[in-house]
Every structure is written in C-alpha cells, then in structure tokens.
Write a protein that binds this ligand. Structure first.
Ligand code: ARG
Length: 449
C-alpha cells in the first residue's frame, strides 16, 4: 500500500461520542430479541449486564479504545466478547451496523436538539429581560446602516426574540424527522426474524418506526435538517454579533459588553475587544461549511448504505458544539451588557431621523405622501446644508417648503415619533409593552413543554 495514514478509515476518535446511544440501542435490541424468543432470556441478561459494565468503564475512563477496530460499534462489540464470550455474537442477530449507526445518530440528534432548544430558550429569556429592564430606551433604527427612524431598544431586542423563536420551530421540526426508529431494517432489506420493532421504538423513546428499510439505512435528511436549522440559527447569531461589535465601538458607544466576553489588547491598554461576538461571526463559516459538506457527501450516493456516510458525523458534532457554545455566549453577552441610553437617544435625536414623521405630518394635513416625501427631502437638504436640526429651523422657513406647516411641526420629537407607530408590530411604547407581555407568556408556555 502506498502512503495512506493507517487511520484513514477510522472514525473512532469522533464516533466515540455515540457510546451512550449505541449501548442503549443494543440493550433495547437484546431485550426485544429475548422477548420474541429469538435468543434466550439468560443470553439477553448476560449481554445487557456486559453492556452496562462497558458503559461504566467508558464513563470511568477505564475503557481501552482500539482504533484498529475502526468505530464505536466494533469497539463495544469486541469488548463484549472479551467479557462474556461467544454469547456476545448473538447481539448482532437481526441487526447490521447500517441500521445500528442510523439509530445511534438519530438518538444523538434528538438529544442535541433538546439541548439547543433549551439554550435558545435561555437566550430568548435574556433578550426579554434586557428589553424589559430598558423598556424606555430609545435608539435609531437603521436601514443601509444609515439612521432611519427612532425605535425602542426593546423593539430591537424583540426582533431577535422572533428570529430565535423561528429557530426553535425549525429545530422542533428537525426533531420530528429524527424521531424515527430504524432498527429492524438490517443491512438494507429488512430481516428474516419475527421482530417487534414497535417495542424497540418505545423502549428508546421514539414516536414511530421507519417504513422503508432501504430509506432507513441511507437517509441522512434528518442531519441536513439539523444542520440547516443550525446554519440559519448561527446566521441570526452572527447578525446580532455584528451589531454588538459596532454598538460597542467608540463610534456608536451604545453598549458596553461585560468583561467576561471581551479581551484586552496586548498592546493598546484602553481596549475591550468584543471577541466573543467576533468569533461567533467567524464560526458561522464552519457551520455553513458542514451543511454544504454533508449535502455534497450525500449527493452522488446510490442507495443504500455507502461508507461515505461515515463522513456525516464529524461536521455534525462540530456544528453542535459550536452552536451550543455560541448560544450560551450570547445569553451571557446579552445579560451582561450595559447600555448607554443617553448616547442612544442622542443618536436618535441628533440626525434627521424624524424626516418621515414630518412627511406624515403633511399627509395628516391632506398632502399625498409622495409629494410630502419630496417636500421633506428638500427641507432635509436645506437643514443639512445649514447645519441645523429640524428643531432649529424657524417656522417661516418651513412655510417656504409648504404652506401646510404650522407651529406644531416643532413638536415632532423622537418620543412622538415612537408613540405614533401604534400599529400591531410597531415600535410604540404600548405596542412594545404588549409584545413584551406576549414574549413572557410565550416563554412560560415553552417552559411547560
Ligand atoms: N462507522 C460506520 C459509519 O459511521 C458504521 C457503519 C458501517 N457499516 C458498514 N457496513 N461498514 O457509517
């Protein structure tokens, strides 16, 4: 053989993580074989006790891992032989590694999703708490990174609350697709034994069994569902990370991140770099990569199992670890950040973000919106040229742009602008108050699930 690393086909260093699922699956399978009279009760008993011991050995770090046996399944099976002799061979009755690995990965995916949903829930709670504690803070809302209209900070936080709520939905859908028990499919064609597949499904907490053995051993869609939900979720986190990065800059100065989530510069003593937010933004690349990687691995595979599919795990585990850490970091960053409400209000006031409100003012006096838009565009150009804010322009100057202007135009303010947006989904104080109450109720409901 030419130079190929001896570990080329080995997956043990990463699929070791499936030991719990692998052992639980084997125990359920052995129990079912005995129940169906396919193996003797005592044999199943020996197998199950042996597997329980192996689990303890792994957890106590006494297990001798053997990479030459390639994967987690063979390591456990081999150890079972060492412990109980030839009876160990009966465990593999009516089972193939093809349906076994599908089972293990599905079980792992379900647990992974439960963890992610809980972390998303915590993050949503942090967002609501931060919004609640700063319910009267106003800031500019942006389009094109240009100050556009004043909004409540709470409204901005609740926008993320929505995104992470949709992420939870996507993960729940992914859970549902993973929640299918494949054992009993064998290598690909089903098995010539009187199996009770429903029993195994119940034992392992699956809600249903797979309906086609060929699909069951070759389907990894559930992982794609998980990976794509993860990619979308980390995209949301990355967008938020981007905002935290620039909000904490001197230019914005809206927030200060707590020290735990920043690091000093080795050379510039004044700096508090938003490393966690930046790294989260950066890690988005690998999570997208794992999704594309798996799609690409699967795209040319004929039915049914092909060894290529062993490549499904490493990226999946990495996505899971990355996403979970990132979610937890964001919960911490949101909870720990402090705001600079004066600076935020100043940014909302010190620019021309009230232009739309002035146009709406003219509309209320009967002018068509398009025309009002033109008037206020000219008014803004004038104000910018003069270096004046809208409040610093005298009424007779206003009247040169439109006769409809009266002295009350000078009453338009950041607060009146926000208060006016009292439409469901809008940023008015009362709408946001209601949205916060709804958000809290949604969190309570999620808690109960
Ligand atoms: N390590 C393999 C995987 O992850 C286990 C299944 C192997 N099956 C086989 N027929 N070689 O896909």
């Amino acid at each position: 053989m030419r130079e190929v690393s001896s570990s080329y086909t080995v997956s043990l260093h990463y699929d070791r993580r499936l030991y719990r699922q692998d052992i639980a699956g084997s125990i359920a399978h052995a129990g079912m074989l005995a129940k169906q009279g396919i193996i003797a009760e005592e044999e199943a008993g020996e197998i199950i006790d042996g597997l329980a011991e192996i689990k303890a050995e792994i957890e106590e770090e006494k297990f001798q891992w053997r990479p030459e046996l390639e994967d987690i399944h063979m390591n456990i099976e081999n150890r079972l032989y060492e412990k109980i002799g030839d009876v160990a061979g009966k465990l593999h009755t009516a089972r193939s590694r093809n349906d076994q690995v599908a089972l293990d990965v599905r079980m792992f995916t379900k647990d992974a999703i439960t963890e992610v949903v809980s972390a998303l829930h915590d993050l949503r709670r942090s967002l609501v708490e931060k919004a609640d504690a700063n319910a009267d803070v106003v800031m500019p809302g942006y389009t094109h990174v240009q100050r556009a209209q004043p909004v409540l900070f709470a409204h901005h936080m609740l926008a993320y609350f929505e995104m992470f709520g949709r992420d939870i939905e996507r993960f729940r859908q992914a859970y549902d697709r993973a929640d299918v028990m494949p054992l009993g499919s064998g290598a690909l064609a089903g098995l010539p034994y009187p199996l009770d597949r429903e029993f195994v499904a119940r034992e392992l907490g699956f809600s249903r069994i797979s309906t086609n053995s060929m699909d069951a051993v070759s389907d990894r869609d559930f992982l794609l569902d998980y990976q794509s939900a993860s990619a979308i979720c980390i995209m949301h986190l990355s967008r938020m990370g981007e905002e935290l990065v620039y909000w904490s800059s001197d230019e914005f100065g809206f927030i200060r991140l707590s020290e735990e989530y920043t690091t000093g510069s080795s050379i510039m003593p004044q700096k508090r770099n938003p490393d966690f937010a930046e790294i989260a933004r950066g890690k988005t690349g690998r999570v997208y990569g794992h999704l594309i990687g798996l799609l690409t691995t699967l795209k040319g595979l004929p039915l049914t199992y092909n060894r290529d599919m062993q490549e499904d795990k490493e990226g999946f585990f990495d996505t899971h670890d990355t996403l979970l850490d990132t979610l937890n970091a964001f919960s911490g960053m949101v909870s720990g950040m402090s705001l600079n409400p004066d600076r935020m209000r100043e940014a909302a006031q010190g620019s021309y973000v009230l232009a739309t409100d002035i146009a709406d003012y003219l509309v209320a006096k009967g002018m068509p919106f398009r025309e009002a838009h033109g008037v206020v565009a000219r008014l803004s150009d004038f104000a910018i040229e003069e270096g004046k804010s809208f409040h610093e322009i005298a009424l007779d100057r206003y009247k040169k742009f439109s006769e409809l202007f009266e002295s009350d135009v000078l009453e338009i303010s950041v607060d009146s602008s926000i208060a006016a947006r009292d439409v469901p989904g809008g940023t008015s104080f009362s709408q946001v108050k209601r949205a916060l109450a709804d958000a809290r109720a949604a969190l309570e409901a999620e808690n109960g699930q």
